[in-house]
Design a binder for this molecule. Structure first.
Ligand code: RIB
Ligand code: CA
Length: 324
């Protein structure tokens, strides 16, 4: 029997966070031990509720803990135009605070890691605030993390400034701390920058398919994305597509076979005024891996298979073939 992945999710849900969380909650070989919340897409006090909404929607009894304010309040960037005021594209789901602990998420993380040394995998779907503070306050536990899978950064175009990606720009000091500490402490760190995440997206047809065939969750996906995310993507990219950034972290943890180009590197931050926050990569032996290429279609089919039957997958493949 394959050993279960023991996972902590740190996230700022966020509609693409929601898919990444769903994947890990549905995967049979994963035990999600904590959903730690970080401010990002929307303030912490807004998005923690979405951690509770999603675990309740999937009827999963998972502890949720609020994390911390950014180490540096960068210029007030917000993604409400993508994720809606409430962070889930305006979709209102019921939630209780039954599974919410009052303990700070980094202290809960430290306890869980201490009880499972060398076994905990952290899926980081937002700014790196909590991981940076974990490294500073609980260095021994940070060192004994098995692996970190982080959506963030860019080595080409940015999505919040011309040179920067949202998650890593939102709390730059935190990003700098984590990128240095993982190499110094030899913690396995997988970075999924825009360069690779932009290869995975749902388009308007796929949202319609999910409405027709995907039941409650399919309709919720379409509801979460179509109101804000799809409209803004079209305005920014010129195509009716929604990039599923965070989902890549979860799917890599479950099955890395769709990812085939990666560089190990040291990654630092450009402090030039004009390109402030830009990531600089120096390839070489390191525990930090930057992913560059993925088979997006294969990844999406594996994601859908976590929630749906072969019959639905066959219909999806027929729809995607485009030919009648
Ligand atoms: O830049 C994309 C990232 O920013 C994703 O994690 C998305 O959820 C937003 O947080
Ligand atoms: Ca996110």
């Amino acid at each position: 029997m394959e050993k279960k992945h023991k996972v902590i999710i740190d996230c700022d849900p966020g509609v693409d966070d929601a898919l990444a969380i769903n994947a890990l909650l549905m995967a049979k070989n994963v035990e999600v031990l904590l959903i730690s919340i970080v401010g990002g897409n929307r303030p912490l006090e807004v998005v923690y509720k979405n951690g509770l909404r999603l675990t309740q929607f999937f009827n999963k009894n998972v502890l949720v803990a609020k994390g911390n304010r950014p180490i540096a309040e960068c210029d007030k960037v917000s993604t409400s135009y993508f994720h809606g005021e409430n962070g889930l594209g305006g979709v209102e789901l019921a939630y209780t605070e039954e599974n919410l602990t009052s303990e700070n998420s980094i202290d809960v993380m430290a306890k869980i890691i201490k009880e499972n040394p060398g076994e905990i995998e952290v899926v980081a779907l937002g700014p790196l605030t909590n991981l940076a503070l974990l490294a500073q306050k609980h260095p021994e536990q940070f060192r004994s993390i098995k692996a970190i899978y982080s959506m963030g950064g860019t080595f080409s175009h940015g999505n919040i400034t011309p040179y920067c990606e949202f998650n890593y720009y939102f709390d730059l000091p935190a990003t700098e701390i984590v990128l240095a500490e993982v190499v110094k402490q030899n913690v396995e760190f997988h970075m999924f920058p825009l360069d690779v995440t932009m290869q995975v997206y749902f388009d308007a047809n796929e949202f319609t398919f999910l409405r027709f065939e995907g039941g409650r969750w399919g309709n919720l996906i379409a509801d979460m994305f179509e109101k804000n995310y799809l409209v803004n993507s079209y305005q920014v990219i010129g195509k009716p597509i929604c990039v599923l950034h965070d989902l890549l972290c979860s799917m890599y943890l479950l099955d890395d076979s769709d990812f085939d180009e990666v560089d190990s590197a040291i990654v630092t931050i450009n402090k030039d005024k004009e390109k402030y926050g830009q990531l600089l990569m120096e390839k070489g032996k390191s525990s930090l891996y930057v992913h560059k290429k993925v088979d997006g279609y294969s990844l999406k089919k594996k994601y859908l298979a976590l929630n749906y039957s072969k019959e639905l997958l066959d219909k999806y493949e027929f729809m995607m073939k485009g030919s009648l």
